[in-house]
Design a protein around this ligand. Sequence first.
Ligand SMILES: Cc1cc2nc3c(=O)[nH]c(=O)nc-3n(C[C@H](O)[C@H](O)[C@H](O)COP(=O)(O)OP(=O)(O)OC[C@H]3O[C@@H](n4cnc5c(N)ncnc54)[C@H](O)[C@@H]3O)c2cc1C
Length: 476
Amino acid sequence: MTVTADGPLPSTPYDVAVVGAGVVGCAVARELARHPRLRIALVEAQDDVGQGTSKANTAILHTGFDATRGTLEARLVREGYQRLSAYAAETGIPVERVGALLVAWDEEQLAALPGLAAKAGRNGCHDTVLLGPGELYAREPHLGPGALGALHVPGESILCPWTTTLAYATQAVRAGTDLHLDTPVRAVERTADGHRLTTGRGILHARHLVNAAGLHADTLDRALGHEDFTVTPRRGQLLVYDKLARPLVRHILLPVPTALGKGVLVAPTVYGNVLLGPTAEDLHDRRATETTADGLAALRDQGRRILPALLDEEVTAVYAGLRAATEHEDYRITAHPGQAYVTVGGIRSTGLTASLAIAAHVTGLLAGTGLDPGPVRELEPVAMPNLGEAFPRPHQRPDLIAADPEYGTLVCHCERVSRGEIRDALAGPVPPRTLEGLRRRTRARAGRCQGFYCGAAVRDLFERGRSAAEPKGDRA
Ligand SMILES: Cc1cc2nc3c(=O)[nH]c(=O)nc-3n(C[C@H](O)[C@H](O)[C@H](O)COP(=O)(O)OP(=O)(O)OC[C@H]3O[C@@H](n4cnc5c(N)ncnc54)[C@H](O)[C@@H]3O)c2cc1C
């Protein structure tokens, strides 16, 4: 069980190196780790798993009701929805099946709803229901005036994206995968028996290579001689409203999609906030994750129509994520048998949902590149800490507090995070290396005060926890 972030890399070749520890790379590593004979490296440029697009999305578990039939994305989203729903139930990843409403605001959109219901049926979603305005406003009393009807998609759900990525990484690491953080892959060369990766921490050899580098997947692909796609980052900015706004909305409120995309939504989060966004801006800079005054103003304008009372609520945070959009209307997942290499590119706006299905698909493709995965086993189950408001948190569980009073001692009062949860996160198999990493594992400093009151106490616990782990190096 190894996580490293400095020092030399092992000199013996791995069977498979997975480049990129986003939700997709972690899912692939976890799937491969089911084969005990394989030696696997998960190689990540940044200091934590899930630091790329996987940390900044709208956190919806999509049914795939509106997917384009016949695409790989449609199949993997549908399959991923089933797989991740079951996995979340097993591991404790918070999921709420709140359902979505596609709201029609004019006659043209209203006329489009039966066609969308039929498309949903063709995608395997047979439980959608058309609602008239009376039923729509009964379900969503705070919806702005003028809505003419809606399509209800009951299966659309919200989930915690950070716990999902961390659960995959934890299971992979526990099963023997080596996770190498702070290890940017700078060059790759073919050798007689595989690949030689030049990284920021030295050389790493692997017989098979999986490129799950997200926004940089095309760069790595070109280094191996392929010109299949170019990533054009599509930025999505979002506003996070305070928990007091949560009673305003019960479902994910979606616009009727147009040729320009899925549009702006209002959605609850599993943490009890409300999201408004995202924008869709095609950019060239793959690091442009800043929010802009214009982008946020445009979101507010659209939000005012959808849920006017939301605009009177406090904003807790704003953020932006970059979708790995390409010139193609589908994922770019390709096996290159002659190179013992699989590209996992163009995982646009559905990769969280599809992650487990992508992982199974990629493992199948690797076998086609000559990898003999050997026998398969069930992985040791993981129980992830619950960050969701719909399920009991540690401070609400007298049994836990009686056994360990640290779960009853709150440090972050906005998000009700206890000392026990912070201690557990710091001692976990994939521990946080920064306060941001700790936030994604516990929600400490993620609430209304954004760390104004608890910041010093959280930092103190973090630094003490990190230095307690120091003598053991970075080995978890
Ligand atoms: C605004 C927005 C909303 C979204 N909403 C949803 C949603 O509601 N539901 C859903 O299912 N999906 C959604 N998505 C899509 C989803 O977030 C992505 O598809 C998914 O996170 C992609 O994961 P990934 O692992 O491919 O990429 P990433 O998370 O970006 O991971 C790639 C990793 O590779 C690393 N890397 C890159 N180059 C190198 C290198 N040379 N060496 C080592 N490491 C490298 C990066 O540091 C990064 O950590 C949304 C995306 C956005 C932007």
